[in-house]
Design a protein around this ligand. Structure first.
Ligand SMILES: Nc1ncnc2c1ncn2[C@@H]1O[C@H](COP(=O)(O)OP(=O)(O)OP(=O)(O)O)[C@@H](O)[C@H]1O
Length: 214
């Protein structure tokens, strides 16, 4: 299903952070969002996943397929997120980190799903490893597996590969683009890396200085 954003305005009582964003991300497409620091990239993702500061007023609509999601609480939107900081728990194994993202259902089923998710990112050999012993690229793959595990209806990525070297970044990019296409979910990717742009028609550049007084 497609992700549709119609954002008339995102504003604090004093400033407009973003205005006039209209975009449709088709299933299987990674849409890239670029722009200078402070142009509103993270605020845009927060509006989509429902984690905006309560002081920020949202005017517009966000829909996934036929479902309007901007009126739903974060957990009901079923949107996967992957950030620069992978937030893996150090006191749990890789597999336990994934099981934690799947709280309901019989343990045997959850374990099978988690193991399959690790196969998808070629990390099944590390199921019992402690995340602290993994490389940055391996951790990024585990975080990706965890984000996809709950079968999200869309995926949001905020500079998730920026700490990796160029080689690993290219591998992660290929993995993410491949999985997004395979699962036919829409994805929004915030990045500073022009190599992340797959197609120019899938690019939004936030240029305007957003902290205009209201
Ligand atoms: N809750 C808030 N209250 C007031 N101003 C805010 C709030 N949230 C964000 N802003 C301001 O809105 C602007 C956009 O912030 P945002 O973090 O979305 O930008 P960004 O493009 O992601 O920047 P960066 O690339 O530096 O992460 C910034 O000027 C920020 O200070």
């Amino acid at each position: 299903m497609a992700l549709q954003l119609h954002i008339h305005r995102l504003a604090t009582p004093r400033h407009t952070l973003l205005a006039h964003i209209d975009l449709v991300v088709a299933p299987g497409v990674v849409h890239t969002v670029m722009g200078p620091s402070g142009s509103g990239k993270s605020s845009l993702l927060a509006a989509v996943c429902g984690t905006l500061d309560p002081a920020v007023q949202f005017e517009g609509s966000i829909t996934l397929g036929d479902t309007r999601v901007d009126t739903l609480p974060t957990q009901a939107r079923r949107i996967g997120m992957l950030f620069q900081d992978d937030l893996l728990f150090a006191h749990m194994t890789v597999l336990e980190n994934l099981l934690f993202a799947l709280p309901s259902g019989p343990r045997a089923n959850r374990k099978t799903q988690a193991q399959q998710a690790l196969v998808d990112v070629e990390m099944d050999a590390y199921a019992e490893a402690n995340p602290a012993t993994l490389s940055g690229g391996q951790r990024a793959r585990v975080a990706l597996a965890r984000a996809l595990l709950a079968q999200p209806r869309a995926l949001l990525l905020d500079e998730p590969f920026s700490k990796l070297d160029a080689n690993l970044r290219a591998r992660m990019r290929a993995l993410v683009f491949g999985l997004v296409a395979q699962r036919q979910i829409p994805a929004l990717l915030v990045t500073h890396d022009t190599a992340d742009i797959a197609h120019l028609d899938h690019l939004t550049h936030l240029t305007h200085a957003v902290t205009q007084p209201v």
